[in-house]
Design a protein around this ligand. Structure first.
Ligand code: SF4
Ligand code: SF4
Length: 121
Protein backbone atom coordinates (compact mmCIF):
# COMPACT_ATOMS: atom_id res chain seq x y z
CA UNK A 1 0.00 0.00 0.00
CA UNK A 2 1.49 3.30 -1.11
CA UNK A 3 0.64 6.71 0.23
CA UNK A 4 -1.39 9.32 -1.60
CA UNK A 5 -1.82 13.07 -1.40
CA UNK A 6 -5.29 14.43 -0.76
CA UNK A 7 -7.09 17.65 -1.61
CA UNK A 8 -6.05 18.94 1.83
CA UNK A 9 -2.54 19.52 0.45
CA UNK A 10 -1.55 23.19 0.62
CA UNK A 11 1.48 22.72 -1.68
CA UNK A 12 4.03 23.64 0.93
CA UNK A 13 6.57 21.35 -0.82
CA UNK A 14 7.90 20.00 2.47
CA UNK A 15 7.36 16.39 1.49
CA UNK A 16 9.40 16.82 -1.69
CA UNK A 17 12.60 17.01 0.31
CA UNK A 18 11.63 14.61 3.10
CA UNK A 19 10.64 11.64 0.94
CA UNK A 20 13.66 9.30 0.90
CA UNK A 21 12.76 7.78 -2.47
CA UNK A 22 11.80 10.94 -4.38
CA UNK A 23 8.35 9.44 -4.89
CA UNK A 24 6.57 12.76 -4.57
CA UNK A 25 6.04 14.58 -7.84
CA UNK A 26 4.44 17.84 -8.86
CA UNK A 27 2.43 18.16 -12.05
CA UNK A 28 0.78 21.46 -12.92
CA UNK A 29 1.25 22.56 -9.31
CA UNK A 30 -0.51 19.46 -8.00
CA UNK A 31 1.40 17.10 -5.71
CA UNK A 32 1.08 13.36 -6.17
CA UNK A 33 2.91 10.21 -5.16
CA UNK A 34 4.38 7.80 -7.65
CA UNK A 35 3.25 4.48 -6.20
CA UNK A 36 6.02 2.65 -8.06
CA UNK A 37 8.61 4.62 -6.06
CA UNK A 38 6.85 4.85 -2.70
CA UNK A 39 8.13 2.24 -0.26
CA UNK A 40 5.96 3.44 2.66
CA UNK A 41 9.34 4.41 4.10
CA UNK A 42 9.85 0.75 4.98
CA UNK A 43 13.53 -0.10 4.82
CA UNK A 44 14.57 3.52 5.24
CA UNK A 45 16.10 5.06 8.35
CA UNK A 46 12.65 6.32 9.39
CA UNK A 47 10.07 4.53 11.45
CA UNK A 48 7.16 6.63 10.15
CA UNK A 49 6.30 7.77 6.62
CA UNK A 50 8.12 11.03 6.16
CA UNK A 51 5.47 12.60 3.94
CA UNK A 52 2.97 12.16 6.79
CA UNK A 53 5.36 13.18 9.54
CA UNK A 54 6.34 16.44 7.87
CA UNK A 55 2.98 17.47 6.43
CA UNK A 56 1.61 20.59 8.13
CA UNK A 57 -1.97 19.62 7.28
CA UNK A 58 -3.79 16.97 9.24
CA UNK A 59 -4.46 14.69 6.30
CA UNK A 60 -2.53 15.94 3.30
CA UNK A 61 -0.78 12.58 3.02
CA UNK A 62 -2.66 9.36 3.72
CA UNK A 63 -2.29 5.64 2.99
CA UNK A 64 -3.68 4.69 -0.41
CA UNK A 65 -6.53 2.26 0.30
CA UNK A 66 -6.53 -1.09 -1.52
CA UNK A 67 -10.22 -1.87 -1.24
CA UNK A 68 -13.57 -0.54 -0.09
CA UNK A 69 -13.30 -1.45 3.61
CA UNK A 70 -9.74 -0.26 3.91
CA UNK A 71 -10.84 3.04 2.39
CA UNK A 72 -13.82 3.16 4.75
CA UNK A 73 -11.68 2.63 7.86
CA UNK A 74 -9.07 5.16 6.75
CA UNK A 75 -11.76 7.78 6.14
CA UNK A 76 -13.50 6.92 9.41
CA UNK A 77 -10.28 7.12 11.43
CA UNK A 78 -9.37 10.44 9.80
CA UNK A 79 -12.75 11.91 10.64
CA UNK A 80 -12.66 10.61 14.21
CA UNK A 81 -9.10 11.88 14.53
CA UNK A 82 -10.20 15.27 13.24
CA UNK A 83 -13.16 15.44 15.58
CA UNK A 84 -11.21 14.34 18.62
CA UNK A 85 -7.91 15.92 17.57
CA UNK A 86 -6.34 12.57 18.39
CA UNK A 87 -4.84 10.36 15.70
CA UNK A 88 -4.48 7.46 18.13
CA UNK A 89 -8.17 7.48 19.10
CA UNK A 90 -8.74 3.72 18.82
CA UNK A 91 -5.49 2.76 20.54
CA UNK A 92 -6.39 5.02 23.45
CA UNK A 93 -9.96 3.75 23.48
CA UNK A 94 -8.73 0.15 23.58
CA UNK A 95 -6.18 0.90 26.34
CA UNK A 96 -8.81 2.61 28.48
CA UNK A 97 -11.39 -0.11 27.85
CA UNK A 98 -8.98 -2.97 28.57
CA UNK A 99 -7.79 -1.29 31.79
CA UNK A 100 -11.37 -0.86 32.96
CA UNK A 101 -12.23 -4.42 31.99
CA UNK A 102 -9.14 -5.75 33.84
CA UNK A 103 -10.21 -3.73 36.89
CA UNK A 104 -13.71 -5.22 36.84
CA UNK A 105 -12.30 -8.74 36.45
CA UNK A 106 -9.90 -8.20 39.37
CA UNK A 107 -12.64 -6.90 41.68
CA UNK A 108 -14.81 -9.90 40.76
CA UNK A 109 -11.91 -12.25 41.56
CA UNK A 110 -11.35 -10.46 44.88
CA UNK A 111 -15.05 -10.72 45.64
CA UNK A 112 -15.11 -14.47 44.85
CA UNK A 113 -12.01 -15.03 47.00
CA UNK A 114 -13.67 -13.24 49.90
CA UNK A 115 -16.76 -15.42 49.52
CA UNK A 116 -14.78 -18.66 49.42
CA UNK A 117 -12.50 -17.72 52.34
CA UNK A 118 -15.33 -16.53 54.63
CA UNK A 119 -16.38 -19.39 56.95
CA UNK A 120 -20.09 -20.26 56.78
CA UNK A 121 -22.10 -19.61 59.94
S1 SF4 B 1 5.59 6.99 2.46
FE1 SF4 B 1 7.79 7.49 2.43
S2 SF4 B 1 8.46 6.73 0.41
FE2 SF4 B 1 6.24 6.91 0.32
S3 SF4 B 1 5.83 8.94 -0.51
FE3 SF4 B 1 5.78 9.10 1.74
S4 SF4 B 1 7.85 9.73 2.28
FE4 SF4 B 1 7.96 8.92 0.20
S1 SF4 C 1 3.86 18.23 3.00
FE1 SF4 C 1 1.60 18.01 2.90
S2 SF4 C 1 0.81 20.05 2.38
FE2 SF4 C 1 3.04 20.06 1.94
S3 SF4 C 1 3.16 19.54 -0.24
FE3 SF4 C 1 3.37 17.62 0.90
S4 SF4 C 1 1.26 16.80 1.06
FE4 SF4 C 1 1.10 18.96 0.45
Amino acid sequence: MAYTITSQCISCNRCLSTCPTNAIKVTDGKHWIDSTLCTNCVGSAYSVPQCVAGCPTFDGCIPQPNDYWESWFITYNRLVGKLTKKQDYWERWFDTYSQKFAGVLQSQRDHNLTLTSTPAN
